[in-house]
Design a protein. Structure first.
Lengths: 345, 305
């Protein structure tokens, strides 16, 4: 079995607001293997971004705080550490070095006052103590790697002179400059148009293949997942509801939420069908105290869903689902397969 | 040698490649703003006015053969003529000389008052904006209290405590301008702090102190520059007002405000004694305001992206 570079165990990140404690990330566990692309999927507000910020130690505090769990990070040199336990100085030495992150908005993720070349190596100069000249060469090299034409010149240009796609490439160059173990990408293609999206995904896939960097891909776009991910974690209202390898999740999803997500995708064949959408909205984190968090929107809801909290059940090796429908102890009034067909639209 | 040169070449400028064609100069946001400013005619006029006064102040001794303090340089209350371009005042002092030397005082007051207010205002603003919470509460409330007073009244009160002199007037003007800069810097720091590139810098492992100095502050400078330029005009005006009230520069210092005050009884019999100091104050303040407005347009954040 391959090495786990990142092992998140029972992570709990809560926000302490005037209206009470909000568990944005509630007992989330997942891991990333070496050189793997893991997708984290879910609607807005389900805790994807907070999970990624928790890993980076960038949860805004106050009001947010990691209140429980551990994030075990294993560097290539064998050192293993719990990221939640590190001091500010220790985590800064890892951020932008062994753990990098790119953000959703390439238009605002670069400081408008500094030249591209400078920004690419700003972190690197700190971590690796490069001279100015080395840093510049590295910046140009990185720009070439991420496929930016005229790299020599672009290094001297300012962010406002570049397009969104170019800027996202620059962001990737910044993130990859330090040869990180893990690249966390928080919806890196959401703000880009479709053709540029495809190019950026292609680029990330190549970097993953060539450099063996593990990628944590946060997205709400199942197209992106299908394109690039090896395994998928589906999150709902701060909890992992299903995880498995990408083929299983996309072809044979188990959790009603995942099923709903996939059904919501427009199909090329369906011409005059109304596009499916899961009724309702993601509940505010913390508002559902008892029962399954998806119960209010679920087609297969039955009594047990409203009173008991489902555990993450093993469907088979490497495929887990948090739903009573698959509980061997029973409780489901009927087989899910049967329900799916007999269910009225 | 050639190789080494090429290797270096990191300092941008209108660079040339091998073919000798000039590569497009990197458009630094500041350069873009400068280009914008050059297009603005009013700002250029303002710049010209201020440059004129600065040169006047520097070369004062060369522009006139009289001393600003020497009385009976000519007959009293003489109207403008070839010997005394702006006429003479009630003590026979040459008004042109006094105006020229007065430019030194006014510009100095403007410079030091704005610098002082900018320094302490920025410091407090950064502290309040960056640390937030109770520190922000305390500093912001103090600013509010200071701004609740009409500024000139507060200045008068401060001078009354410190004693009337040019130096104390300068201190008073600096103090009353602190909350103006402080609030501006605070609000900028708070908004820039939430920008995604600040989060990105954190994600690169930067320390907060470094982020504050290298990313938050430089991105807050545009409105501060504008405010400082406009503040120049206000500070000069406030200094003249204090001088007029006898709380600033003491006679016989050739300060424009106190010149106005001395001459006000002759406004009908010898209007030039009032006209020229008044005109000078107006022109300097106008000049700074025109530059300030031009800078505001040039540094408009909307033009940046």
């Amino acid at each position: 079995m391959s090495r786990k570079v990142l092992d998140v165990k029972n992570l709990q990140t809560h926000f302490f607001t005037d209206s009470g404690e909000i568990p944005a990330v509630d007992n989330v566990s997942f891991h990333i293997n070496e050189g793997e692309v893991l997708g984290v999927v879910g609607e807005s507000g389900c805790g994807k971004s907070v999970t990624s910020l928790s890993i980076m130690g960038l949860v805004p505090n106050p009001p947010g705080k990691i209140v429980g769990g551990e994030i075990l990070f294993e560097a290539g040199d064998g050192g293993k550490m719990d990221l939640t336990k590190l001091s500010g100085k220790q985590i800064r030495a890892i951020r932008g070095n062994k753990l990098s992150m790119i953000f959703q908005e390439p238009m605002t993720s670069l400081d408008p006052l500094y030249k591209i070349g400078f920004q690419i190596t700003e972190g690197l100069r700190k971590h690796r103590k490069l001279t100015k000249k080395e840093a510049h060469q590295k910046a140009v090299e990185m720009l070439k790697i991420v496929g930016i034409p005229r790299a020599e010149e672009i290094a001297y240009e300012y962010p406002h002179q570049l397009s969104g796609g170019m800027r996202q490439r620059v962001m990737i160059a910044i993130a990859m400059a330090s040869d990180p173990e893990i690249l966390i990408a928080d919806e890196p293609t959401t703000a880009l148009d479709v053709t540029i999206q495809a190019q950026i995904l292609e680029l990330m896939k190549n970097l993953n293949r060539d450099k063996g960097t593990a990628i944590l891909m946060i997205t709400h776009d199942l197209g992106v997942v299908a394109e690039i991910c090896d395994r998928v974690v589906v999150m709902y209202a701060g909890k992992v509801v299903e995880q498995g390898d990408v083929r299983t999740i996309l072809k044979a999803p188990k959790h009603p939420y995942t099923v709903g997500l996939i059904r919501s995708l427009p199909k090329l064949s369906g011409r005059d069908e109304r596009l499916y959408s899961i009724p309702g909205n993601v509940p505010k984190p913390g508002s559902v105290q008892t029962g399954c968090r998806f119960a209010a929107r679920c087609e297969h809801v039955f009594d047990r869903c409203l009173t008991e909290n489902p555990e993450l059940l093993k469907i088979r090796s490497g495929h887990d689902c948090r739903c009573f429908l698959y509980d061997s102890e029973g409780g489901a009034p009927h087989e899910p397969a049967a329900t799916a067909s007999s269910q009225k639209p | 040698m050639e190789q080494a040169k090429k290797q270096k070449s990191p300092i941008p400028g209108p660079e040339q490649d091998e073919a000798g064609t000039v590569l497009p100069a990197p458009a630094s946001p500041w350069k873009v703003a400068y280009k914008e400013l050059k297009k603005n005619k009013l700002a250029l006029v303002g710049l010209f006015i201020i440059a004129f006064f600065i040169l006047t102040a520097i070369f004062a001794p060369l522009l006139t053969s009289y001393q600003p303090q020497s009385i009976n340089a000519g007959p009293r209350l003489q109207s403008p003529n070839a010997d005394h371009w702006f006429g003479t005042d009630d003590l026979g002092r040459d008004i042109f000389t006094r105006i020229v030397y007065g430019a030194r005082i006014s510009l100095m007051v403007g410079f030091f008052a704005v610098t002082g207010a900018l320094f302490f205002g920025s410091l407090l603003g950064i502290v309040a904006g960056y640390f937030g919470r109770w520190i922000d509460m305390i500093i912001s409330r103090i600013f509010d209290i200071m701004l609740a007073f009409p500024s000139i009244l507060l200045a008068i009160a401060i001078v009354a405590i410190l004693g009337p002199s040019l130096q104390n007037a300068l201190i008073a003007i600096a103090i009353i301008n602190i909350p103006i800069f402080g609030r501006l810097v605070r609000s900028k720091v708070i908004s820039i702090r939430e920008e995604e590139y600040i989060l990105a810098a954190k994600a690169q492992g930067m320390k907060s102190g470094r982020i504050l100095i290298h990313h938050v502050l430089p991105n807050s400078t545009a409105p501060i520059i504008v405010q400082a330029t406009l503040g120049f005009g206000t500070a000069i005006l406030e200094a003249a007002a204090l001088g007029f009230l006898g709380l600033g520069a003491q006679p016989p210092t050739p300060e424009w405000g106190s010149m106005l005050s001395d001459a006000r009884q002759y406004i009908q019999s010898a209007p030039w004694t009032v006209l020229f100091p008044g005109l000078s104050i107006m022109l300097v303040v106008l000049g700074f305001n025109m530059i300030g407005d031009g800078l505001r347009d040039a540094l408009d954040p909307k033009m940046k992206t």
